[in-house]
Design a protein around this ligand. Structure first.
Ligand code: AMP
Ligand code: MG
Length: 349
């Protein structure tokens, strides 16, 4: 199949293109679209056949449920059995935005969309192209991240094209995703609610609204063999082709350790990649150094992480060493993705 690519301009969103994309969804096809988090691979959430196509296009295991995207808060009540008061508070504070909430689903939502689960994940994106597209598509768009399963999520239309060209009807190009990491996921079907995936809406931000939350233990101690509650979190993710290890410790020691390991590897004839920041990049005389941006602007780090992991796949490095990111707010979300990409290989110095 030939994938149509349509560029959109936020200052003047072309309604004809939006309608063309919406019609593809209503007819059971697939469209990748920009959101503020990452690009989504969309299909009709209420059509089991569309969900099956999404799994096939991504090569995604079919027990890994999709997130249903809506454009009106009121549409939530049409697909779930109940909306707890705490969820209404979070909706009030963070929708539209990078927060996904899990509810008990009703019979309108096919199990093909929820990976066989009785619950459904729902998000209302703030991106204006996404909102217009969801409305044109009928209001309920199932979408996981628009990448081939296991690869880093996509933050530009070009990345989507790399992964999914020829497998989907259309890509809507809205430029670079501004957050660059997937949404926070919080399970509202249990009490207290549980964070299943960290994102730009942080634990502290939510606790300010609704009081104490729990965090899925599989996020904190991923090596412990605990089964994550978000099925998708159990799969190896984001992995670059080269071996990636995260180096943790005081900045000066991390730089020294990475330089030493780089020399050792190069002496063995290996090629080494280094994930650094603007503040540290010039401190690495050897290896192929990519910067994620300024450490003092952690949003920049978040925005460029998946892009840099993909950039390394275009090179011939054998191994990659990355600095670590422990800072507050979006730091836990950055580290969560980086550690998954590294298969939890951490070097403490
Ligand atoms: P992606 O959009 O690629 O980030 O994938 C969606 C994520 O949401 C995956 O990690 C899923 O496991 C998670 N998810 C979706 N629906 C549910 C649900 N009903 N319960 C728990 N996790 C879910
Ligand atoms: Mg994904």
């Amino acid at each position: 199949m030939e994938t149509r690519i349509r560029k959109l301009d936020y200052s003047r969103i072309d309604e004809n293109i939006i309608q063309e994309a919406g019609q593809i969804i209503r007819e059971g096809g697939l469209v990748a679209f920009p959101t503020e988090t990452v690009y989504g691979l969309g299909g009709d959430a209420l059509n089991p056949e569309s969900s099956r196509k999404i799994y096939a296009a991504k090569g995604r295991p079919s027990d890994n449920p999709l997130i249903v995207h809506i454009a009106e808060k009121s549409d939530l009540y049409r697909i779930v059995r109940e909306v707890p008061q705490k969820a209404e508070k979070l909706m009030e504070a963070f929708w539209p935005g990078p927060l996904t909430m899990i509810f008990f689903k009703n019979e309108l939502v096919p199990e093909a969309t929820t990976g066989g689960l009785g619950t459904v994940a729902v998000r209302m994106p703030s991106d204006r192209i996404a909102a217009a597209f969801i409305r044109a598509a009928g209001g309920f768009v199932a979408a996981p991240s628009a990448n081939v399963s296991g690869r880093p999520s996509t933050t530009t239309a070009g990345h989507v094209e790399e992964d999914l060209s020829g497998r989907i009807e259309m890509i809507l190009d809205g430029g670079q995703a501004v957050i660059g990491l997937e949404s926070t996921i919080v399970d509202m079907s249990v009490e207290p609610p549980v964070i299943l995936r960290p994102g730009a809406v942080t634990r502290e931000m939510m606790e300010e609204q609704i009081g104490p939350l729990e965090v899925d233990k599989a996020i904190i101690a991923p090596d412990s063999g605990i089964k994550p509650k978000a099925p998708g979190m159990k799969y190896r993710h984001y992995a670059p082709r080269a071996d990636l290890a995260v180096v943790e410790g005081q900045t000066e020691q991390v730089i020294a350790a990475i330089n030493r390991m780089t020399e050792e590897k190069e002496a063995e004839g290996k090629r080494v990649g280094i994930i650094a920041t603007d503040e540290t990049a010039s401190r690495y005389p050897k290896g192929l150094v990519f910067s994620l941006g300024a450490r003092r602007h952690e949003e920049e780090i978040a925005m460029h992480l998946f892009e840099v992991l993909r950039d390394f796949d275009e090179t011939d490095v054998d191994c990659i060493y990355s600095e670590s990111f422990e800072e507050a707010s979006i730091g836990p979300a950055i580290m969560n993705r980086l550690l998954k990409a590294a298969g939890h290989k951490v070097i403490h110095v």
